[in-house]
Design a protein around this ligand. Structure first.
Ligand code: 5GP
Ligand code: MG
Length: 194
């Protein structure tokens, strides 16, 4: 589902930092409920392990799992990517998986699929534990910047090549609390606002 330009205006408080609302709160909620219905159908009566990537998935995950009526286990993996100039695919793991996923149906969740390096590396890591099945689910897909050959099995919205924040997604750890997804003003990230 491509994210149609939202008609919702940026709340006054955020107007200096956000260019526009890309996906409004009600659009997110509607789509998350749809995704959940699809998952409920596909995993009906199966025991599912959801592995979510920290920290960007918090909102998406919290909203998604509350729709699911499944025997569900939940765990997290923390990764931070090294800077742009470092070896692609090399991930620094900040939180390791605790739940045993061997022989289980696993759904890996991330906030946004961009170059594909994160999802590719974490998928490879999970496969080494020999799950019964492994699928991926992302809230946003930014196809334009893909480097790795990887696609997600479940996608909330297709978006253009904007740097987006909100609904869990950050810039320098800020903006995660917005209930909508907005496009960050170029001046904010060009300023290297840390
Ligand atoms: P990839 O490894 O696919 O290039 O990047 C995935 C990660 O990059 C995401 O988990 C997210 O942390 C970050 N990322 C990529 N694009 C955006 C964006 O537009 N906004 C934000 N806030 N993070 C992004
Ligand atoms: Mg992330």
């Amino acid at each position: 589902m491509p994210a149609a330009p939202s008609k919702v205006i940026v709340p006054k408080y955020w107007r200096g930092e956000l260019e526009r609302v890309l996906i409004a709160e009600h659009e997110i909620q509607t789509r998350v409920a749809e995704l959940a219905r699809q998952l409920q159908h596909d995993y009906a009566r199966r025991e599912l392990v959801i592995v979510a990537l920290l920290n960007g998935t918090v909102m998406f995950l919290a909203d998604l799992v509350r729709h699911l009526e499944l025997p569900l286990r939940l765990d997290f993996i923390g990764v931070s990517s090294y800077g742009k100039g470092t070896t692609p695919g090399r991930l620094h793991v900040t939180k390791e998986l605790k739940v045993d996923v061997r022989g289980r149906d696993v759904l890996l969740i991330d906030d946004i699929l961009d170059t594909g390096r994160t999802l590719k590396a974490v998928s490879a890591k999970l496969k080494r534990f020999r799950p019964r099945s492994l699928k991926t689910c992302v809230l946003l897909n930014k196809q334009a910047r893909r480097v790795e050959k990887i696609r997600a099995d479940y996608i909330g919205f297709q978006i253009e090549d904007f740097f987006v924040v909100g609904y869990g997604l950050d810039f320098a750890e800020q903006y995660r609390n917005l209930p909508f997804i907005g496009v960050l003003h170029e001046k904010i990230y060009l300023a290297g606002n840390k």
